[in-house]
Design a protein around this ligand. Structure first.
Ligand SMILES: *Cc1c(COP(=O)(O)O)cnc(C)c1O
Length: 398
């Protein structure tokens, strides 16, 4: 039921979680739920990870916030580590994904501006994209349901169908500054972009002086079994937005760029009050301590393989419930034959959490720390949920 003193923007499930441990969430009533949603790909190390708890507590006892009027040592460390593991030379820290995208969009526009092309401010995006809920990012995402009633759409975003190179080439003009894309669409339904398509985007950007911007807010920081999803394609962007998993549950985002792409972002052009504060940096660095440890990402890939094989088995057993398994690493989606909302509800009936997405998909995003045993537990619960929805099974029990 909607709480009268809150905006009615969310349709919440009637679950009240009091605490969590690893892959489990525990309600006020003491019921345990297997969390394969991770707060929408946020709790990358699960709940109450001891290293994160320790890092947050230790920082809380020193200093929480100083503003960006002063040097923040944690920002220096975290930016150096991100740069060392990516294509980028420069990092700007934010509190959220949408803000990381705002920074990416502003960085791309400023780049063209300082290169003598103020007319180049248009950014090409793709149908099914999700880039956040600010005025600019709903324009970038281009979804009518998120734009309706919020006044004129922010100018300068041109959307083309997913995977359509001809439409892309047709929409690029002398006003185009950049191409913005998620390497795997998350909210859009775990739709991977073929690597040939990403390579084609890279070439178009190089040929025409455009910047390639990847939104890795959902795919980044180990979610796909590589630190960044772009590593699977071998195609590197000029600018990249991160958030979600990088904070492990603490609000943290980042915009990464090459030195050239960031060349317009000079002193005073952009800012943030909270972005990169000492608490956030302590947690972000602690997340990387774990994810960059030897063998961690390899383990994500190994568990993913086993989990996926199990999901493929469920698809064969319940073809009237499951149409397709999609995704990479632990960014997985079940394209359902039944309404995705029904599958999420049936899973919840088995005390398992998943996240609905577009294209009638249920996302399975367990913490990256999930064990093989826990993945098997997830499969067992999914099997029971599918059984309840399968018409063959329904007939048998009738
Ligand atoms: C979640 C998400 C965003 C927005 O992040 P917020 O932290 O909600 O602002 C942007 N892009 C992608 C791909 C996302 O998954």
């Amino acid at each position: 039921m909607a709480e009268a003193a809150l905006f009615d923007t969310f349709a919440r499930a009637p679950l009240r979680f009091e605490r969590g441990e690893g892959v489990w969430l525990v309600t006020e009533g003491g019921e345990r739920y297997l969390d394969f949603g991770s707060g929408v790909a946020v709790n990358s190390l699960g709940h109450a990870h001891p290293h994160l708890v320790e890092a947050l507590k230790a920082q809380a006892e020193k200093v929480w916030h100083t503003s960006n009027l002063y040097e923040v040592p944690g920002q220096e460390t975290l930016s150096r580590r991100l740069v060392g593991k990516s294509f980028a030379d420069k990092v700007f820290f934010t509190n959220s994904g949408a803000e990381a995208l705002e920074c990416a969009i502003k960085t791309a526009r400023r780049y063209q501006y300082v290169k003598g092309h103020p007319e180049r401010f248009h950014i090409v995006t793709f149908e099914g994209a999700f880039h956040g809920r600010t005025l600019a990012t709903i324009a970038a995402g281009g979804q009518a349901k998120y734009l309706e009633g919020f006044g004129p759409k922010v100018e300068g975003f041109d959307q083309v169908p997913f995977g359509d190179l001809d439409a892309l080439n047709a929409v690029i003009t002398e006003k185009t500054a950049a191409i913005l894309i998620e390497p795997i669409q998350g909210e859009g339904g775990i739709r991977p972009v073929p690597k040939e398509f990403l390579a084609a985007l890279r070439k178009i950007c190089d040929d025409k002086g455009l910047l390639l911007v990847f939104d890795e807010v959902q795919t980044g920081v180990g979610r796909t079994g590589k630190l960044f999803a772009y590593e699977w394609s071998g195609v590197t962007p000029d600018i990249m937005a991160l958030a979600k998993g990088i904070g492990g549950g603490f609000p943290l985002g980042a915009c990464l760029a090459t030195a050239d792409a960031a060349s317009g972002m000079t002193a005073g052009t952009h800012g943030t009050t909270y972005g990169g504060n000492p608490l956030a940096m302590a947690v972000g660095n602690a997340v990387l301590d774990v994810i960059l440890a030897d063998g961690f990402l390899e383990n994500v890939r190994d568990v993913s393989l086993i989990f996926r094989q199990g999901l493929a088995g469920l698809k064969d057993r319940f073809p009237d419930v499951i149409e397709e398994i999609r995704g990479e690493g632990l960014l997985l989606g079940i394209k359902a034959k039944v309404p995705a909302g029904d599958l999420v509800a049936a899973m919840r009936g088995e005390h398992m959490l998943g996240v609905p997405a577009g294209d009638n998909v249920v996302r399975l995003l367990p913490p990256l720390t999930v064990t093989v045993e826990e993945a098997r537990e997830g499969l067992a619960r999914l099997e029971k949920a599918a059984e309840k929805l399968s018409s063959a099974e329904l007939k048998k029990s009738a």
